[in-house]
Design a protein around this ligand. Structure first.
Ligand code: UTP
Length: 289
């Protein structure tokens, strides 16, 4: 019996050093893609996938996200007075219902695995999703919803994967593939940021995970891995054998908004996908180039 996934963890406590100076004060996850911050895209993707409870793992200097998901009384009153209904809807639809959005704190950014571990009390023995808001996927059906459908077939741990050029394997968690049907990839192992020469494949994990609670048995040990960080991939790798582990090739285009080029490209791609912006932007880009 495959248990449904009702909860999602959003690790948002990282320092975002690859995006300085923009992220000196502004949380990376509040950077906007067109007119919405990254974290809001992630919450909306989770909601579309059927997630009912949301946990943000925040840290120092990240309070702005709590305000973003709160009521903005003055602003809402002014928009209401001025009859700006569309803007009012956009502001009011941002937040999950009261009591469905929780915050916990990672006191020091010790790595993604540690951030997820900080949310352990909210998970209480259930499968859960993890979404890294700086990875964003442009697709018709949300990436997590696609993963949920695959998960209901195979259960266990399911991570979103895509092929990367071999010279980039040292930037990602990489799957050691046991079998591959083109959509679902059964993994026998996982390696964090392997050198291209040692990489067991070129299938990289992006920031979307469906995990079984067994991962906490290993995260609890707080073992430090590659780059001196507590890695989520290390804990996931240790559950292989006890918990089925599949990579899922999602449909859509993924952008790594933790990098400047990924962020700028995502803005262009998302704007081009919108009816209200595409033709003006296409003309503007043609003019610039
Ligand atoms: P990154 O690996 O991009 O790390 O985190 P980072 O610290 O944010 O950025 P750089 O490498 O310094 O530029 C992926 C996601 O995991 C969160 C981040 O906030 C981001 O959403 N994260 C990372 C944490 O919550 N805690 C951590 O200790 C590390």
């Amino acid at each position: 019996m495959i248990k449904p996934v009702r909860k999602a963890v959003f690790p948002v406590a990282g320092l975002g050093t690859r995006f300085l100076p923009a992220t000196k004060v502004l949380p990376k996850e509040m950077l906007p893609i067109v007119d919405k911050p990254l974290i809001q895209y992630a919450i909306e993707e989770a909601r579309e996938a059927g997630i009912e409870e949301f946990v943000l793992v925040t840290g120092r200097g990240k309070n702005m996200m709590e305000d973003h998901f709160d009521h903005a009384y003055e602003l809402e009153a002014i928009l209401n007075e001025r009859g700006r209904k569309d803007d009012l809807d956009a502001v009011q639809q941002v937040a999950p219902e009261s009591g469905k959005l929780s915050y916990t704190r990672q006191r020091r950014p010790l790595g993604l695995g540690h951030a997820v571990w900080c949310a352990r009390q909210f998970i209480t023995g259930e499968p859960f999703a993890v979404l890294s808001p700086d990875d964003i996927v442009l697709s018709e059906k949300g990436c997590l919803k696609q993963m949920m459908e695959a998960y209901m077939e195979v259960g266990g741990n399911v991570v979103a994967v895509e092929d990367v050029p071999r010279d980039q394997t040292n930037r990602y968690g990489i799957l050691d593939v046991e079998s591959d049907d083109g959509r679902l990839v059964k993994a026998r192992g996982l390696v964090e940021k392997p050198d291209p020469a040692d990489a067991p494949s070129t299938l990289s994990i992006i920031g979307r995970y469906i995990l079984q609670p067994e991962v906490f048995e290993f995260l609890d040990k707080l073992e430090v891995g590659t780059g001196g960080e507590i890695q989520l991939t290390d804990a996931m790798a240790k559950t292989i054998g006890n918990v089925p582990f599949h990579g899922f090739r999602f449909e859509g285009k993924r952008f790594d908004c933790g990098t400047k080029i990924g962020f700028v490209t995502a803005n262009v791609a998302f704007a081009l996908s919108r009816d209200d912006l595409s033709s003006d932007l296409a003309a503007a880009l043609k003019d610039i180039i």
